[in-house]
Design a protein around this ligand. Structure first.
Ligand code: F6R
Length: 365
């Protein structure tokens, strides 16, 4: 049942090219995205949306953080992203022009479901991105985009997250087509690059050995930092959660520019740092942040896009992802962080598929 892999988590990491392909399938028409058969919102309703709220928990929340960047970029609609257990208790501003997007692998998370009901009560348009057809969240949402990742067994979510990102990109392009917020050429370029992602994800998986080696070499450390800017910061948060969840190494994700406002004090000789540097618009800034931690003795693994030959000068090791649009890079960047968590756990000898104190589906509040 594990298809030749030692653990479900590793199997599911390797299923990501297929999960991405399956989530794109049937939704791309030539150079366009067509979600009209899945989403009940009319063009007029889509044009009337004036704010978007992404609501979710854990890994799905981290997909929502990417969603904030993506939807703002594609649609210029202001977007907020909240964890469900905060949103439902904070009296958020919701009108009939608000689109509330619930992201949930299981479709059964209690706080996310309660947030959905709260949003509906206030007249919001409600859209769910979920991996389980017929789940509570899928049934109660007016609009549903299914992520076709297939059953996710490991407690640590991997292929569900990447397929959630794909669903968000599809939604962004679809809305931009209808609202006219991007040119046809810009959207076609995005669609073109989306189609290349399954193959590129496969290439990232080819880096497994090098990532495993770095993970094993730092597995005796008790503290670690993930750094990134922009979309890389959102991915850093997900990478950090995955590491904590399965390896029990304490890890923090930091927006790299925030380091010098306090946390830099914790960087000392030998502290491992995973530095995500895939975003061109903030690349130079990111490199100077890396140099700040390197100067204090950090042991840095950098992640960069293919073609970047100079990051290696500032770090100890580099893993490359194939070149893609910066906006789409999270789908590829997260994969090394998942493998990193997996191998750190292996080295420490824990049961990766059943991390302590955690359940796959959190149906209590
Ligand atoms: C982390 C993880 C959890 C879930 C969270 C939400 O690897 O799996 O953080 O992402 O409990 O679950 P869903 O997506 O089912 O609502």
């Amino acid at each position: 049942e594990k298809g030749g892999y030692d653990h479900f988590m590793l199997k599911e990491i390797h299923e990501q090219p297929k999960a991405i392909r399956d989530t794109l399938a049937g939704r791309l028409k030539e150079h366009n995205v067509d979600l009209s058969h899945e989403i009940a919102l009319s063009d007029e309703e889509i044009k009337s949306i004036d704010r978007i709220h992404f609501i979710a928990c854990g890994t799905a929340y981290h997909a929502g953080l990417v969603g904030k960047y993506v939807m703002e970029e594609f649609t210029r609609i202001p977007v907020e992203c909240d964890v469900a257990s905060e949103y439902r208790y904070r009296n958020p501003i919701i009108t009939d022009k608000t689109l509330v997007i619930l992201v949930s692998q299981s479709g059964e998370t209690a706080d996310t479901l309660a947030a959905l009901r709260e949003a509906r009560k206030h007249g919001a348009k409600v859209l769910a991105i979920t991996n389980v057809v017929g789940s509570s969240i899928a049934r109660e949402a007016d609009n549903v985009i299914i992520t076709w990742a297939g059953p996710e067994i490991a407690v640590a979510s991997t292929k569900a997250y990447t397929s959630q990102l794909i669903a968000i990109y599809l939604l962004g392009v679809y809305f931009a087509q209808i609202r006219g917020s991007k040119t046809k050429a810009e959207l076609e370029e995005v669609v073109h690059h989306l189609q290349e992602l399954p193959e590129k994800a496969e290439i990232v998986l080819g880096e497994e050995k090098a990532i495993g080696q770095f993970a094993r070499s730092i597995a005796s450390n008790e503290h670690l930092f993930f750094l990134g800017r922009g979309l890389d910061y959102a991915v850093a948060m997900e990478g950090s959660l995955k590491l904590k969840e399965v390896s029990y190494i304490h890890s923090e994700a930091y927006a790299a520019g925030e380091l010098k406002h306090g946390t830099l004090a914790l960087i000392e000789e030998g502290v491992p740092v995973i530095a995500l540097a895939t975003q061109k618009s903030v690349y130079e800034k990111m490199v100077s942040n890396i140099q700040e931690v390197k100067a204090r003795g950090a042991n840095v693994l950098g992640l960069a896009q293919e073609g970047n030959t100079e990051l290696i000068k500032s770090v100890n090791e580099v893993i490359h992802i194939p070149a893609t649009l910066d906006l789409l890079a999270p789908v590829l960047t997260v994969i090394p962080t998942q493998l990193f968590a997996y191998y750190a756990c292996q080295e420490r000898g824990y049961d990766v598929d059943k991390p302590r104190n955690l359940a796959k589906s959190v149906t209590v509040e």
